[in-house]
Design a protein around this ligand. Structure first.
Ligand SMILES: Nc1ncnc2c1ncn2[C@@H]1O[C@H](COP(=O)(O)OP(=O)(O)OP(=O)(O)O)[C@@H](O)[C@H]1O
Ligand SMILES: [Mg+2]
Length: 105
């Protein structure tokens, strides 16, 4: 199952995403939470802490500025741009997709 949370600024996207992710994980689902926001702060709401969230934000910034290479596959995305969050959620910050396959987006 894939869930996308979208909405206007300040409407509760990040809070809703974190509650959904942790609730589903507590119920036994394997959960990957992808933070696609231009201001990626889902880590705070998920509970990974300020320092780890800042590290992920820095990684995303380096990627956007061309200092980091894009990851070629989902497993490397989760490994290089991810962090373990409470309740077993795996959080990753993601950016644009280079050379997407047809239908990818
Ligand atoms: N269901 C809710 N009831 C009351 N307040 C809420 C609810 N959901 C979120 N909030 C509060 O609203 C504010 C904005 O929430 P949040 O940061 O989740 O929104 P957002 O859509 O991610 O914002 P942004 O567009 O800045 O990323 C926060 O202070 C949050 O605590
Ligand atoms: Mg937000």
């Amino acid at each position: 199952m894939k869930l996308a949370v979208t909405g206007k600024g300040g409407s509760g996207k990040t809070t809703t995403s974190a509650v959904l992710a942790r609730t589903l994980a507590r119920r036994g689902h394997d959960v990957v939470a992808l933070d696609c926001d231009s201001n990626p702060n889902l880590g705070i709401s998920l509970g990974v802490g300020d320092d780890e969230t800042e590290r992920l934000v820095s990684m995303r910034q380096a990627l956007d500025e061309g200092e980091e290479e894009h990851a070629p596959g989902w497993d490397q995305v989760l490994q290089r741009f991810g962090s373990d969050a409470p309740d077993g959620v795996r959080l990753a910050v993601v950016s644009r997709i280079d050379n997407p396959e047809p239908g990818c987006l």
